[in-house]
Write a protein that binds this ligand. Structure first.
Ligand code: ADP
Length: 646
């Protein structure tokens, strides 16, 4: 019996009930599965890349925005302080008696000249562009640029908003483009005299270009837009006087009336907002914008305190994009790695499952095998029992058969004895008659005292009795059941057989030819061998009886380990039917009472039992030829046959 077929030291597992998934797919889809998986992989990697890009981009933008806020704050403060720098100038004028004097007597050329001188020197000292004084109607009374041909002197600037706000008692702040020289600048105005009823307005115009020059940055743009959304300062000069947001028709008309930008066309700046960005500071709103179809830029706005102006910082986002692309690539690669790892793990899991399933199948097969073996073993033992019973039956049958065979042998012998009985009776009667005569005569010779003759007669009587004893002895021995001697001398057995058949030999008188080595021993019980020879010789005698020149030839030779003895006669030979049925029991062609048809059958049986054989043939020269084959016996010192002992 075999044990379960799992490796040593390994315990059997419960069978894994997970079949491999591909086999569940319909056939058509199975080919597409790898493609779908690849597609899914690509989509996932793409998604991860996009998320990585977005996350990193937003992060980088947030950091950039922080930096931008700082920059913006710095610029705002710089601008504020720059503008505050000049705040004192208009107020200063109201304190000066040359100006107040001019306002009192504006027609006095000497006062005008003095005021002009003063304004010129103030302008030079303060570093402003122009300083001038308007009367309550907006007419320029004195100006620092009085000597220039395009001087404002005498001009009516009442339409300027800075004049209007100053006349309302407030400080005016205004960015505008000069009407005379189209020079842009920042106008600061203050009322002169009483606040409620100003006698005039002092105005200072400041050029903001120095600020602009400071804004020239490598990858950032700075814009300053005024209350109308018009760019008044820009690090890129070409953007100046462009509108950041669309101007309504009404606004455009108002602007052309106030000549704030001196009829500049105010084109719309092609800035498009891409998306708003969440801003942690809350204050200004950051957004991503594009200029025409250019790359996106980060736009950050900050209001200039005390004004309606707004500073806008535009910064290049290419670095953020590069960082985002790197992150996207990293995310994609990581995702691909994780997915591949997952796939590898899945494959491994499947292999393990398959292995477990295979092992389970193996175990199932093994237990099935064990079951079959057990079944077969049961069958076999049943068959074995049957066989044993059969063997017992056979042995019993064989015993019965053997008994029957023995019986037959005995019957065959007795038949032979019967055949021989007439001859034997004759053999015995002759000496018996002689004995009677001799014993009668001997008595007479004894009475006469002829002792010598008595002696001779008694010797003759003894010889006769011995002869009779030999005959009966031979018969007894022939009829006796076989002994258990294992080897016989072939020549002796032939002698004994001929002796038993003596009467018939005498009757037929065949020419007997013998060519047998007297030392030749064969493996066979001597008694049985004699029986075979009596049969063969008896048949030969029958065959040649009544034929002219009857002849029986016996010839023995050794071939290998076997002894061959041929018994040949010159009788009629074997008929075709006899040849076919020769060894059949009870087949005989002899008249009833003469043959039983057992002789050859029994002879063949005896020879076979001893490892030999019997065969028959018709000799080409006529007559039958029987060949007896028996194993050659090794030479040994054997006791003499008791029949020949005395
Ligand atoms: P039985 O001698 O009692 O007939 P056997 O078995 O010895 O039985 O022989 C069977 C038959 O074989 C004989 O009847 C005879 O026809 C034939 N037979 C045997 N020996 C010879 C022989 N030497 N020549 C011719 N026929 C033979």
């Amino acid at each position: 019996m075999t044990g379960p077929l799992h490796p040593p030291g390994d315990t059997p597992h419960a069978p894994a009930a997970t079949p491999s998934t591909p086999s569940r797919l319909p056939h058509g889809l199975r080919g597409a599965a790898p493609l779908l998986a690849l597609l899914a992989l690509a989509v996932l990697i793409g998604l991860a890349g996009a998320l990585g890009y977005r996350y990193s981009y937003d992060n980088a933008l947030a950091r950039q925005a922080e930096r931008g806020q700082v920059q913006l704050r710095l610029y705002t403060q710089a601008l504020e302080s720059e503008l505050a720098h000049y705040d004192y100038v208009p107020g200063l004028l109201s304190l000066d008696e040359r100006i107040s004097g001019l306002l009192l007597r504006p027609d006095d050329p000497a006062r005008v000249a003095r005021a002009n001188e003063y304004l010129t020197s103030l302008n030079a000292r303060a570093g402003t562009r122009v300083v001038y004084v308007l009367d309550a109607h907006g007419k320029v009374l004195a100006t620092s640029n009085w000597q220039r041909p395009d001087s404002y002197l005498g001009e009516d600037l009442s339409f300027r908003p800075y004049f209007q706000s100053a006349m309302e008692g407030q400080l005016g702040r205004f960015y505008g483009v000069g009407t005379t020289r189209s020079e842009s600048g920042y106008y600061l105005s203050a009322p002169l005299g009483e606040r409620d009823n100003p006698a005039g307005v002092a105005v200072v115009k400041i050029g903001l270009e120095p600020l602009e020059n400071r804004w020239q940055g490598a990858d950032s743009q700075m814009l300053l837009s005024d209350e109308n959304g018009v760019v008044i300062l820009a690090s890129d000069p070409s953007w100046k006087l462009a509108a950041l947001r669309p101007l309504s028709d009404e606004a455009r008309q108002r602007l052309s009336r106030s000549l704030q930008y001196n009829r500049a066309p105010l084109p719309q700046l092609p800035l498009v907002s891409v998306r708003k960005l969440a801003n942690e500071n809350g204050g200004s709103s950051d957004e991503l914008v594009r200029l025409r179809r250019g790359p996106p830029m980060l736009a950050q706005h900050a209001a200039l305190p005390g004004t309606e102006w707004q500073l806008t910082l535009l910064t290049n986002t290419s670095q953020a994009r590069v960082a985002a692309l790197n992150s996207a690539a990293l995310a994609g690669v990581l995702t691909a790695f994780v997915l591949l790892l997952g796939a590898a793990w899945n494959v491994r899991r499947r292999i393990v499952n398959e292995r477990l399933a295979a092992r389970a199948a193996l175990e199932a097969a093994n237990s099935e095998l064990e079951r079959k073996v057990a079944e077969r073993t049961a069958d076999l033992s049943a068959a074995n029992h049957r066989l044993q019973a059969e063997v017992t039956e056979r042995i019993r049958a064989e015993t019965v058969l053997r008994q029957a065979q023995d019986g037959l042998l005995q019957a065959g012998k007795l038949a032979a004895v019967g055949q021989m009985s007439t001859g034997i009776a004759h053999e015995l009667n002759q000496p018996l008659a002689a004995l009677r005569t001799l014993s009668g005569n001997t008595g007479k010779f004894l009475e006469r005292g002829d002792y010598a003759t008595v002696r001779t007669n008694l010797d003759t009587i003894i010889g006769l009795v011995e002869r009779m004893g030999r005959i009966t002895g031979a018969l007894k021995s022939f009829a006796r059941k076989s002994g258990n001697r294992s080897q016989a001398r072939l020549a002796e057995a032939v002698d004994n057989a001929l002796f038993l058949l003596q009467t018939r030999v005498d009757a037929v008188q065949p020419e007997l030819q013998r060519d047998i080595d007297p030392e030749l021993d064969v493996i066979c019980d001597p008694n049985r061998l004699e029986q075979v020879l009596v049969n063969l010789l008896g048949n030969a005698l029958d065959a040649v009886a009544g034929r002219p020149a009857p002849r029986i030839a016996l010839h023995a030779h050794v071939s290998g380990a076997m002894v061959h003895l041929t018994v040949r006669d010159n009788g009629g030979g074997l008929s075709e039917e006899a040849f076919a049925r020769l060894f059949e029991p009870f087949f005989t062609t002899k008249p009833a009472g003469q043959g039983l048809g057992l002789g050859l059958t029994l002879s063949a049986g005896i020879l076979n039992e001893n490892g030999g054989s019997l065969s028959a043939a018709n000799h080409p020269d006529g007559g039958a030829c029987f060949t007896l084959v028996l194993p050659l016996a090794p030479h040994e010192t054997r006791p003499q046959d008791p029949r020949h002992a005395g």
